[in-house]
Ligand binder design. Structure first.
Ligand code: CAO
Length: 243
């Protein structure tokens, strides 16, 4: 690879040299490996989550009684399983021989977690077999472990697909880097109430921006558009996401 010029910045003003965190030293080369090996494209779409959010709010107090925070991310992860089932190529990895896909029959989903020391990706196993309460509960536990620096290797292994949610922070879209050797990652931005034309009037609808980055060696653009639309429809209908 061509090198970035090595410049002595102190010739231009005061500087301080700070060590990278252990996590950044590990995640940096992995992100770069994915970026340079997998040709990335990002597909953007919107999901109407008005109904999903009403369901989530209705479940909130039951969840709280169980000590669980019912976050939108739990519904989104459940919806991803439906889309991965419908489009199995998204639940694969490219075999190192470059001539086969390794199709996964399980649904272990990673989620990007922001911690004081950097980005980590804990994994929730068998999301297909878990209720939205179970997924929300595990999300909360793993996110806390991540923030406290208590994740073990076993908590971060075996993911088939990753969700990176910046929805709690803000933004309208971004282009996440695929967590290789996975072949796709879903970026989620902040849901906003938007006026949507229903043929007669503008209706206020809660709109969730989705950004799906994918490895173009494995996934074609049309498949990515279909996957993202399907996911948006599953979220919109909010069927089979609770249990
Ligand atoms: N739209 C609108 N609001 C959202 C939302 C969305 N898409 N997603 C979450 N929210 C809300 C939550 O409901 C919560 O509101 P209340 O407290 O009023 O209920 C608030 O935003 C904060 O949510 P959160 O971000 O703390 O919780 P979460 O379960 O959604 O996410 C976790 C958990 C671990 C994913 C998150 O804390 C985090 O680390 N996010 C950053 C991930 C990241 O860095 N990604 C980039 C990696 S590089 O590709």
């Amino acid at each position: 690879l061509p090198q970035v010029p090595d410049i002595d910045h102190s010739q231009f003003g005061d500087v301080e040299r700070v060590a990278l965190s252990r996590i950044k030293k590990i995640s940096g080369p992995r992100l770069q490996a994915s970026w340079v090996n997998a040709p990335h494209v990002t597909q953007h779409d919107d999901a109407d989550i008005t109904k999903m959010d009403a369901v989530r709010k209705a479940l909130k107090s039951d969840a709280e009684a169980m000590g669980i925070k019912m976050t939108p991310l739990a519904f989104i992860m459940k919806a991803c399983v439906h889309a991965l089932r419908e489009f199995p190529d998204f639940n694969s990895s490219l075999d190192p021989d470059g001539e086969h896909l390794v199709m996964k029959k399980y649904f272990h989903l990673g989620f990007a977690a922001d911690t004081p020391n950097g980005l980590v990706v804990p994994v929730i196993r068998d999301v297909d077999e878990k209720s939205v309460f179970d997924v929300a509960g595990e999300l909360g536990d793993l996110a806390k472990k991540a923030r406290d620096g208590k994740l073990q290797q076993k908590h971060m292994q075996g993911a088939c697909f990753t969700v990176s949610s910046l929805g709690g922070i803000g933004g309208t879209a971004f282009t996440p880097i695929v967590n290789a050797p996975e072949v796709a990652i879903l970026g989620v931005s902040k849901a906003e109430m938007k006026p949507v034309w229903n043929g007669q009037d503008f209706e206020p609808r809660l709109t969730l921006p989705l950004s799906l980055s994918y490895d173009h060696r494995v996934i074609d653009g049309a498949a990515a558009a279909r996957f993202t639309r399907y996911l948006a429809d599953v979220l919109g209908e909010c069927r089979n996401l609770v249990m």
